[in-house]
Design a protein around this ligand. Sequence first.
Ligand code: PMP
Length: 407
Amino acid sequence: DCANSIDAALRGRARRVIPGGLWGHLNAANLPEGYPQFFASAEGCRLRDADGREFVDLMCAWGPMVLGYRHPAVEDAARRQAERGDAMNGPAPILVDLAETLVDMIPHADWCLLEKNGTDATTACVTIARAGTGRRKVLVARGSYHGAAPWCTPSLAGVTAEDRAHILHFDYNDAASLQAAAEDAKGDLAAVIVTAFRHDMGRDLELPDPAFAQAVRAVCDAAGAALILDDVRARFRLHLGGSWETIGVRPDLAAYSKAIANGHALAAVTGNEDFRDAATRIYTTGSFWCAAVPMAAAVATLAELQRIDGPGHMRAMGERLRAGLDALAARHGIGIRQSGPPQMPLLLFDDDTEWRRGSVFCAAALRAGAYFHPKHNMFLSCAHTAADIDLALQAAEEGFAAVACMG
Ligand code: PMP
C-alpha cells in the first residue's frame, strides 16, 4: 500500500526540509504513479527501492552507471585509492594517469581538465572559448540541455537577461539556421555548443545529420570560433573516442561527466592545442575537483570499457530491446516510435497527448519489475545481459497490455 510505504514516509519528511521534496530532474513527482523516490541499494543492472521492490533498471542513474552498479573492478580501484587518500592538498598521482588515458583515447584531445559535474564542464568550455577567442557570442541549439548554470538552465527563475545576453539560438540539424545565427553574431562569435545527438526531453531523438555536423565545423573554422561538443550525456556509450567520431567531425573542446567513472563524481573537459593557452589563463577550480577516489574509479572504468568493447555490448543489448518492444507493440496493435542510438533508447507512443499512454505503460511495467522512463531517453549498460533485456520485455508486455486497455 503506497500510503504506508517507507518511500511515502521519506517523501513526507523530505517535503518539510527540502524545497519541493527534491531539486531537479530526479524528483519522482515528475514520474508516473508508483515510481519510487528513494533507493536502498543497487547491483549490476538491478535497483532496489526503499521498500525492497527490485527492478531491472533502464535508466542507469540517468547515465552514470555504464558498467553496472557497484562494479567490482571499479569499486576495488576506488577502495584502494580511498585507503591512501582522497581530497588532499593536491592531487594524487592517479590524476596524471587519468589525464594521459583520456588524451590517448580521444583523437581531438591534447589536454584535459577534471571537474565534478556536467555543468562544470560545459561552463568551462564556454569560458575557455571566450578567453581563447576574445569574443562573446555562443550559439546554442534551441531546447538543448547543457546544464543548470544561469547561462543554460531551462528555468528562467533567478536568471537575469544579462546572464543570457550573448547566447544566440539555432535549430539542431538545421544548417541554414546555424549559419543565420552565426551571421547574427557578426565578428563576435566565440563558440558553437552542440550535444552528441538531439535528445530534448519528450520528443523523438534525432541522430546528427553528418552534413549538419560538417556545417558546424565549417562555421567554427570560418569564424575562428570553438566547436564545443557537449558529450556529457552520450559519452562512453557510442564511441570511446568521442561521440562525433561516429560521423568523423572533431570538436575543439568537449565536455564529459555522467559515465566517466561509473557513478563516482567526476567530469572532464578535453581540448586541442589551439585552446591550451586559454585553458591555462581562465580560473577554474572546486574543493573536490582533485579528489583521487573518483579518478581511480575513472581509470578502472575506462580500462574496462575498452577491454570489453562497452559500446558494442550496449548497442547489441539496445538492439535486442528495440526489436522486442517493436514485436510486442505490433502484437498488441499499438503504434509506437523508437528513436535514438540503441545504447540510449527512447520509446514514445503515437497520438499520446501529455505522454498518457507512455505513463500507463511505464507504471504497469514498473509493477512488473522494470524501470522504464516515459519521455526521457533511457540508458543501457554493460551489465545488461540478454536475459535481463528479456525480463524487461516481459514487464513491457504488461505495459502494452495496460495501454491496450485504454482503448
Ligand atoms: N549536458 C548534457 C547534454 C546533459 O545531459 C547534462 C545532464 N543531464 C548536463 C550537460 C549537465 O550535467 P550535470 O547535471 O552533471 O551538471
